[in-house]
Design a protein around this ligand. Sequence first.
Ligand code: KIV
Ligand code: NA
Length: 264
Amino acid sequence: TRRVRTRDLMAAKERGERWPMLTSYDQYTASIFDQAGVPVLLVGDSAANNVFGYETTLPITADELLPLVRAVVRATRQALVVGDLPFGSYEEGPAQALRTAVRFMKEGGCHAVKLEGGRRNAAQIAAIVGAGIPVMAHIGFTPQSEHTLGGYRVQGRGDTADEVLADARAVAEAGAFAVVLEMVPGEVAKRITHELPIPTVGIGAGPDTDAQVLVWQDMAGLRTGKAPRFVKRYADLAGALTDATRRFADEVRGGEFPAAEHTF
Ligand code: KIV
Ligand code: NA
């Protein structure tokens, strides 16, 4: 077995094979997802919410994210690991973007980087790709610009479909190897997927994209409470962990743990 390459994902699109992607931020989940055959893992800036407890993705820094990138890379053998460039680390221009991307490759050891924005960041994508670093783009709803977009809202409804389409074309032309489509109408995602030569990765973008991504804590039900409509929970990790924790606590309080077999 060897690492998945960007050209494998391109070939999958040509064969009409869909693939899954998950976020991961630590060695245990990375190793489980890798061995379960998930070909692409994203160390998302969603670690801001899902690891560090920030309200939005805006505060997380490269210094916070890079150790998580390293952990995921170290724990995997097959998955292509994508490091997500944090807000503020690439918007100033191609030079800043390239500098951050190089940090992610050298210090994080990941195999590709991701950044948000279509036409407005096409020059950044081109500069990074020009340095030999694969870039995954991210358009539609882009959480780092939620204050401009007016909160968590579907992008590309009605007349604005052309805007998302123009962003999709721009990132493909700039050399991105794949593009995340977040919260766009299914019909718009379908059209982009047919038109673009590169794989599309949907999240809240319907069933017709080449790939699907979810935040792992959403997929596995570790995060509780109201989830966005596009989330499907495949397990109840929060419930399982709560049960285990209660039993451990009860057994400690009751003197049942540790038993003789746990004792030297
Ligand atoms: O940071 C993240 O988790 C993401 C995915 C949802 C695409 O950008
Ligand atoms: Na992200």
